[in-house]
Design a protein around this ligand. Sequence first.
Ligand SMILES: [Zn+2]
Length: 346
Amino acid sequence: MTHPPSDDPASALPAPPGPGQAVAIRPGLLWVRMPLEGPPWHVNCWLLRDGAGWMLVDAALDRPATRQAWESVIAECLDGLPITRVLVTHFHADHVGLAGWMAERWGAPLLMARTEYLQARLLLLESPATLLSEQAALGEAAGAPADYLRHLLARRPFYRPDVVPLPLHHRRIAAGQVLRVGETAWTLHRGGGHAPEMMLLHDPLGGVLIAADQVLPRISPYVGVFPPEPDADPLADFLDSNNRLLALPAGTLVLPSHGDPFLGLHDRIAVLAAHHAERLALLEAICATPRTAYEASRLMFQRDYDMDQMLFVIGEGLAHLNWLVARGQLVKARGADGVPRYRTPG
Ligand SMILES: [Zn+2]
């Protein structure tokens, strides 16, 4: 285990741990970083001292190299103590991936919010072919071209290859609860928009927030529409959730799932709000001419994306379009070809 040097004020925030290592954020709170094959290239996981063991927060994607990195963390960084509980912040594969493996290995209970647990179980049970065809149907309704739909249907399946089956029972956690882990009483907060019931852990005495993917330091968390709810308004949920976090002290140390720990929670929330306001204004201007969701999304991002990223371009475009339609700032009407067009009213 490496510790941040304490004699250098510039390094008050620790440098990221290497593969299979852990860095102490403070005594009894360890930071582990696991690799991802695409952006954002890594996911952070946390270990909280839990009496005579450790509670794990998020487990990373299931890959042989990641299992190996966990073996090294377990062997070298946990003082020989067991994992007592496995808490997963939300259902996304890069967070829940190895949680089932960890829970089974240690006989440890799985702690998840109800919606997140059910969503993960549902995605594990659904046939990968159905998940892809539902995503293609969403793209088709957005007016995406045939070559993209073909690419999507032929791609590597979602979710199941990345996630170990979850235990068939869990311990429900929910916003407002206080979760005692060792000496620390963590208050749970709900984050929305990126995932429906993402759990954030706040230690008011220590001034630390485990923020999952709700507030990230450099990238804007993905806020998108998914096939089961095409008319969803996740952007409103995202912005509302962030506004609720403004009740936490501005000096809170934020531990994000992607990127490095940072100070400046309130400033970062303001930057994210401004970013989305800009996107919304841009979309309104784009839709002065009627556009399909596909067209509007591509113009909103103002740069080219490859076929693998198009799913996120369309999903995030739809999130912003739905926000504007719900507030009467855009009108959605079916075109002669059956594909909806979005335009400014009047
Ligand atoms: Zn994530």
